[in-house]
Write a protein that binds this ligand. Structure first.
Ligand code: UD1
Length: 344
């Protein structure tokens, strides 16, 4: 029988792509999502891609009673992938309690239920934000974490500590947690049926680019060109969302097959290549043939200068590698935006 995986936040950007990859790898998926930042029609679109409808439950994971009720109903969950979280860096500065309450209560409710209902495997969405501005690049898993720059970032760091402590306290029960530290996920499924749908004005670069290209935003603001980088704009490691989704399938198999080396593990999930904002804009124009209206403005508060991953450990230990070229990834984001907006 197919192994059942709970995917929280499964109608969100990374979650929906992971549901597709899990189903295509033969897993039976149950999604839990509160739909505060995503739409139920994503479930239909997942079904269109895979021809399998994932089970779907709509509730808030910060509600402890509801999480317990879920595990009483679904008694054969083999593993959990926990995406559901608030993720707007700027908003978290203004609403710290909302971020801590949402992100940490949901995590603790799930871990508590893991123990109570004997689910042994947990994969968590962490972020390269835990490294802050590293002293040395690229960042390996032994690069020290730095104090978080925002409440959002801190929820990721604290979540990692909670998982570490939880696995230590429950080592006898063989409870396992694995954190994937994502760099900058971008792009969309090649079918253009699922992708990134920010609510309101996008905070992140690629949705802002595609919405500008689609004429929804007048102009892209490039936040600063006076950084210590070759063209002065900040550098990030942009990873294709389908490649990223596949890393979750590998992580789940690692835990289920007990190939893990410790009960708490973490991996950098990036490409190993850094692109500046300006390079990304140029790559978008080159791969789509669309000219972007952009202007360099002042720096955005809280931005770091440069970061990219050393992926050696993830490549060797997980046997996983990001494969999609940046141009293809940017084109997939554009094709998704065009489909959503009805642009031919
Ligand atoms: C941030 C978080 C990351 C989080 C991600 C998702 C940090 C250090 N990083 O990534 O943990 O997972 O958001 O929400 O907290 N840019 C522009 N114009 C725009 C938008 C962005 O020039 O309109 C630039 C930014 O200055 C930055 C780059 O594009 O240099 C990427 O920005 P963004 O997509 O927001 O991601 P991060 O800030 O790297």
């Amino acid at each position: 029988m197919a192994k059942q995986i709970l995917v929280t936040g499964g109608t969100g950007f990374i979650g929906s792509h992971t549901v597709v990859e899990l189903q295509q790898a033969g897993f039976d998926v149950v999604i839990v999502d509160s739909l505060i930042n995503s739409k139920e029609e994503t479930v239909d679109n997942i079904e269109k891609i895979t021809k399998i409808r994932p089970k779907f439950e709509c509730f808030d994971l910060a509600d402890r009673e509801k999480v317990h009720a879920f595990f009483k109903k679904y008694t054969s969950i083999e593993a959990i992938i926990h995406f559901a979280a608030l993720k707007a860096v700027g908003e978290s500065v203004h609403k710290p309690l909302e971020y801590y309450r949402n992100n940490l209560n949901a995590l603790m409710n799930l871990l508590e239920c893991m123990k109570e209902y004997n689910v042994k495997n947990f994969v968590f969405s962490s972020s390269c934000t835990v490294y802050g501005q590293p002293d040395k690049l690229p960042v390996t898993e032994t690069t020290p974490r730095k104090p978080a720059e925002s409440p959002y970032g801190n929820t990721k760091a604290v979540a990692e500590d909670i998982m570490r402590d939880f696995t230590v306290a429950n080592a006898d029960a063989d409870m396992k947690c694995l954190a994937l530290r994502y760099f900058n996920p971008i792009g969309a499924h090649p079918s253009a049926l699922i992708g990134e749908s920010p609510v309101g004005v996008p905070n992140n670069l690629v949705p802002y680019i595609t919405q500008t290209a689609a004429g929804i935003r007048e102009q892209l603001s490039i936040f600063g060109d006076d950084y210590n980088t070759p063209d002065g704009t900040p550098i990030r490691d942009y990873i294709n969302v389908v490649d990223l989704a596949k890393a979750h399938v590998v992580a789940i198999n690692r835990l289920i097959e007990k190939k893990n080396k410790a009960n708490y593990e973490f991996f950098n999930i990036g490409t190993g290549n850094g692109y500046s904002v300006m390079e990304l804009v140029k790559a978008f124009e080159a791969s789509t043939g669309v000219k972007l209206n952009y202007k360099v403005v002042g720096r955005r508060a809280g931005d770091i200068e440069k970061i990219w991953a050393d992926t050696t450990y993830a490549n060797n230990e997980l046997g996983w590698k990001a494969e999609t070229p940046i141009g293809e990834t940017l084109l997939s984001a554009w094709n998704w935006e065009k489909r959503v907006r009805g642009i031919k």
